[in-house]
Write a protein that binds this ligand. Sequence first.
Ligand SMILES: N[C@@H](CCC(=O)N[C@@H](CS)C(=O)NCC(=O)O)C(=O)O
Length: 205
Amino acid sequence: MKLRYSPTSPYVRKVMMVIHERGLSDQIELETTDAWSPNTDLPQNNPLGKVPALVLADGSALFDSPVIAEYLDSLPGSGGPLFPPVGPARWTALRQQALADGICDAAILRRLEGNRPEQLRSTDLMARQRAAVARTVDLLEADAAHLGDPAAAPTIGTIAVLAALGYLDFRFGHEDWRENHPNLTAWFEKASARESFTRTKPPVA
Ligand SMILES: N[C@@H](CCC(=O)N[C@@H](CS)C(=O)NCC(=O)O)C(=O)O
């Protein structure tokens, strides 16, 4: 299997964390891919032109990150499972993943907009995305008790929230999300010690 990969993508980081947590590293080749390069052949594997994309032995590919994560979790490995069986724990974990991925979607949109020339930039769009992230971090703060014991077995929810907060630190470290979020901060301090998180740090911004 080959993972089309970018070390700065929070969705890729989530998938890399799943790979670490499930002990699958030696089954997966990493192919660094710049999704933004005009010459990239990434659309041959993912017509949406996004990483991560997981290319399987038969040449077919899986995307997006929730699908890849669940596929990897279904493989024999160590640890896990990260996706609980159908029932309340599963909906909690999937909802956390949706919130976390949504933080990444909004933060990336804001960043892309902010990188456009000033005369083309929509400050309304940027403010809207910033507010979406702020509301979602507030919700995670209120719900921190349901993020689970960081020392115990993680779920895809735990992993996705770690990757999303890690992305905010990476790209928006100057607007520390920890402010006014003591419960989420305390949870993150412990959970971020997981090896799957420390070993998948993005390069220095
Ligand atoms: N929903 C997708 C989002 C993937 C995504 O947006 N990846 C970004 C990198 S962080 C990308 O490849 N963007 C290229 C583009 O939008 O053209 C997932 O969970 O995998």
